[in-house]
Design a protein around this ligand. Structure first.
Ligand code: ATP
Ligand code: LTN
Length: 325
């Protein structure tokens, strides 16, 4: 039997090249070797307020981008989290074995709590729901960007804790980061992670951005004021652009960019990004033009994974002594 892979993206904001290079690209590359489940995590999205109409649209847009990025629905399942009730159900059961201190220590929680006056309980519970997503399918590999590493550690800690309290139940999931592009930084501020929830025209490159917009954003990206690329000592802005170009096109090497003037270097980076995104944008237009196609794919995904989820929930309930029919 093939090992199982699980990963997810929140249907919020504009998916950007950080999401692609950190996660989706890796998913497409490894899917043939595993039994893969790729999930649109709408229950995570509502931990912060989402306009209902927008959320409905974003769920479909995210599914279309999974397909556009090369997820093959004939070998992988694409599904929406809320369509399988086991996610929420297992999250509650795991909540009951989670020490509060573990959640309060999460850097994402601390950052979000610091940024808001009142903080929803969903933000605190976020990593438990994420652990439930993964453990529900007994996934052994979770391909994500580097920002999710701490949540994955918590997932393993929770699995271990549950297993020692109630007996061997969960498979221990490993984090799989991409070799290049695990943490793409903002173009406007290369000390901050590129993020969907950060606004500002020059921050992120959207997967559906037009070539002209991509050129403009990269041309304006923050760098130091050196005259050319010093490959042995790149500042954070140049290093980020180099990583982006390298992750888009393996032909971009240090030797090739050494000494390049920043204007020429930025053009090379923009060309690499535009060439990488072109087939994705074309495929996006195709999959969204076909009426009913996305619904068929999401329904197929739901049907495929539901029995797997039900089996885990049944085993967990049984282990805990909860009523099962
Ligand atoms: P938000 O700002 O709403 O948290 P996000 O941009 O972090 O959004 P998510 O939906 O949280 O996006 O992440 C989806 C996937 O993309 C995850 O695997 C995450 O690790 C990865 N990812 C997100 N941002 C980056 C980035 N800047 N570099 C590499 N990978 C990233
Ligand atoms: N928290 C993740 C999204 C996510 C996820 C998951 C990723 C929710 N459930 C399970 C991997 C496995 C994020 O990227 N912000």
């Amino acid at each position: 039997m093939k090992a199982r892979v699980f990963s997810g993206v929140q249907p919020t904001g504009q998916l950007h090249i950080g999401n692609y290079l950190g996660a989706l690209k890796n998913w497409a590359e490894i899917q043939a070797n595993y039994e893969s489940i790729f999930c649109i995590v709408d229950l995570h999205a509502v931990t912060t307020y989402q306009k209902p109409e927008e959320l409905r649209t974003k769920i479909r847009e995210t599914a279309a981008l999974f397909l556009a990025a090369g997820i093959d629905p004939d070998i992988s399942s694409i599904m929406v989290q809320s369509a399988v009730s086991g996610h929420a159900e297992l999250a509650w059961l795991l909540t009951c074995v989670t020490p509060l201190g573990w959640l309060e220590r999460m850097t994402q929680f601390k950052a979000k709590a610091a940024a808001q006056e009142t903080i929803g309980d969903g933000i605190l519970q976020y990593p438990v729901l994420m652990a439930a997503d993964i453990l529900l399918y007994q996934a052994s590999i979770v391909p994500v960007g580097e920002d999710q590493s701490q949540h994955l550690e918590l997932t393993r800690d929770l699995a271990q804790r549950f297993n020692s309290m109630y007996g061997e139940t969960f498979v221990m999931p490993a984090t799989k980061l991409p070799a290049v592009g695990a943490r793409i930084m903002g173009l406007d501020d290369p000390t901050q992670k590129m993020s969907k929830s950060t606004t500002g025209a020059g921050h992120a490159i959207g997967l559906l951005d037009e070539p002209k917009a991509i050129q403009k954003k990269i041309a304006r990206a923050t760098t130091d004021s050196n005259p050319g690329v010093d490959v042995e000592n790149m500042g954070p802005g140049i290093a980020n652009l180099f990583t982006i170009a390298q992750a888009c096109d393996t032909g971009v090497t240090k030797e090739r960019v050494a000494g390049m003037r920043y204007g020429d270097f930025k053009k090379l980076v923009a060309d690499a990004v535009i060439a990488r995104l072109e087939p994705i944008q074309k495929r996006y237009r195709e999959v969204t033009a076909e009426p009913g196609y996305l619904d068929t794919i999401l329904e197929r995904g739901r049907q495929h994974v539901t029995p797997l989820a039900e089996e885990t929930v049944r085993r967990v309930k049984q282990a805990m002594g909860i009523y099962t029919r």
